[in-house]
Ligand binder design. Structure first.
Ligand SMILES: [Zn+2]
Ligand SMILES: [Zn+2]
Length: 110
């Protein structure tokens, strides 16, 4: 994963912990390179409880590594169309049934 801000690629740490930092920005897990960590306009999400930016984003929730507060990610973004289809969008089953009827009508089973 490259740095979200400048796009530089992470290199393997020589020894010990990576100087790269993880954070959450607009509820997306991001990596920040050592250079960009010195900037003050990182625009990272903050913990609503303690204000820390050491957050991790998991499926549908954001957890604070500092105080442990967990909040669910906002759901104000448009739903993925693929989710609607797998959930059984209205009209789809009728279409499938009609298609099956056409196929079965041409090739009647004995
Ligand atoms: Zn960077
Ligand atoms: Zn916190």
């Amino acid at each position: 994963m490259p740095c979200y801000r400048c796009g530089v690629r992470q290199t393997d740490p020589v020894r010990g912990a990576s100087p790269w930092r993880r954070g959450v920005r607009r509820e997306t897990q991001v990596l920040i390179c050592p250079t960009c960590q010195r900037e003050h306009d990182l625009d990272l999400d903050h913990c609503e409880s303690c204000g820390s930016t050491t957050l991790i984003c998991r499926l549908g929730e954001v957890e604070c590594r500092s105080c442990g507060a967990v909040r669910s990610a906002r759901t104000d973004r448009p739903t993925d169309p693929a989710t609607l289809v797998s959930a059984g969008a209205p009209g789809l089953s009728e279409e499938v049934a009609a298609a099956l009827t056409r196929v079965l009508g041409r090739h009647p089973t004995p």
